[in-house]
Design a protein around this ligand. Structure first.
Ligand code: DHB
Ligand code: MG
Length: 216
């Protein structure tokens, strides 16, 4: 028996990107300003952003919680996929980054739809009510992922979904001698996700690997 799986090449990935909407002028300016402000240039790929927006639209999501704001790119992208009364609450532990994101969100087309919560993921998530979120997006310190996932299970409504970034551990997931110190945390988390019976999950090989898990 053979399963139809086309190996994913760099050329095919480029083709995907070329057939997906890229950043608009505002997001390009945001990235440039973040670089100038010394914020790490870490962004979800535009094709990953599109996939996340499509999922949020299909789910008619209204309440989204993100862990790991950084410069606010993904929070803005997600907010754009929500209805006018939708809201992204995005948690950032670093006050300078939270302030940067807040100022750029304030000048964006989704200014009224994003709230930046400055504090640790665990602390801020613990303040969010159970069964109140349609979706969560985990994209912060990888060793915190298991705790953020537990909170996601609590705050997500039944049928809500969690998205988790970096399932491929910055491309080093299967390396024998990875150099990034977070790789082991990603590996351990991937096992937690794969074993989490309360979720129907899959890793989508887009960007650096995106976990999607629907709460049963
Ligand atoms: C890193 C973190 C991320 O969430 C990401 O998407 C890419 C890189 C990092 O810590 O290097
Ligand atoms: Mg990430």
């Amino acid at each position: 028996m053979s399963e139809t799986t086309t190996p994913f090449s760099a050329r095919q990935l480029r083709y995907v990107a070329e057939h997906t909407v890229g950043d608009d002028a505002f997001l390009i300016r945001l990235k440039r300003a973040a670089r100038a402000a010394g914020i790490p240039s870490i962004w979800i790929a535009p094709e990953q952003a599109s996939l996340m927006q499509i999922l949020l639209r299909l789910a008619r999501a209204r309440e989204v919680v993100e862990v790991g704001t950084l410069a606010g790119y993904s929070a803005i992208v997600m907010a754009r996929a929500l209805p006018p009364d939708g809201r992204v609450r995005t948690i950032e532990i670093n006050p300078e980054r939270a302030a940067f994101a807040e100022s750029w969100i304030g000048r964006s087309d989704v200014a009224g739809k994003v709230e930046v919560l400055c504090g640790s993921g665990e602390e801020m998530l613990s303040r969010i009510a159970a069964n109140s979120a349609d979706a969560t997006f985990l994209d912060a310190d990888k060793s915190g992922y298991p705790i953020y996932l537990e909170h996601s299970m609590r705050i997500l409504k039944p049928g809500g979904f969690v998205m988790v970034d970096n399932a491929f551990a910055f491309g080093q997931l299967l390396d024998e001698a990875p150099t990034d110190r977070e790789v082991s945390a990603v590996r351990a988390f991937n096992e937690v996700m794969a074993d989490e019976a309360r979720l129907h999950s899959v890793i989508v090989p887009i960007g650096d690997g995106l976990w999607i898990g629907v709460k049963r």
